[in-house]
Design a protein. Structure first.
Ligand SMILES: [Zn+2]
Ligand SMILES: [Zn+2]
Length: 90
């Protein structure tokens, strides 16, 4: 059930995530990288994604913390839509 046996034959792959420098190894490294980049693991060991408040510039590491901040400090209406994208592009 494991694919690790393939690695013994010399077909070992290692690929580096260009987002967080995590090294992924194994026969499915390429596929895992795609999945890794979408997961929360990406960036957890390297640089983090920051969410800056567009109104006062305060920086948070989590989008929900920024939303919280917006509600508390800027009085955003409770029915305000979330950010349209996953994250603001820098
Ligand atoms: Zn990554
Ligand atoms: Zn703010």
């Amino acid at each position: 059930m494991t694919d690790l046996t393939q690695a013994q034959g010399g077909t070992e792959f290692a690929i580096r995530c260009d987002n967080c420098n995590t090294i992924l190894t194994g026969a499915h490294a390429v596929g895992n990288l795609t999945r890794h980049k979408r997961s929360l693991k990406c960036g957890s060991s390297g640089q983090r994604k920051d969410y800056a408040c567009p109104r006062c510039g305060k920086v948070y590491h989590r989008s929900d913390a920024l939303l919280n901040h917006n509600r508390k400090h800027h009085g955003a209406p409770p029915g305000a839509p979330r950010y349209p994208g996953q994250s603001p592009e820098s």
